[in-house]
Write a protein that binds this ligand. Structure first.
Ligand SMILES: [Zn+2]
Length: 67
């Protein structure tokens, strides 16, 4: 399950204002310095609370950007 493409266009990372890459269970910020990962709850609702975001290691982030 993935988010609607139009919704994805509108959403921005609350930490840096960057765009997202959408994965099955998370939105990942495209900004290489930010790399925040926001979980998508119940397959549909992204949790965009900065305090609950996880910062990916650079390697994991690159992998996420690659697919
Ligand atoms: Zn960001």
């Amino acid at each position: 399950m993935s988010l609607d493409a139009e919704l994805l266009e509108i959403l921005r990372c609350p930490h840096c204002g960057g765009h997202f890459v959408c994965q099955a269970d998370a939105l990942i910020c495209k900004d290489p310095a930010c790399r925040r990962k926001y979980a998508i709850r119940a397959g549909a609702i992204p949790n965009l609370l900065p305090a609950e975001a996880e910062q990916l290691e650079e390697e994991a982030w690159r992998e996420a950007m690659g697919d």
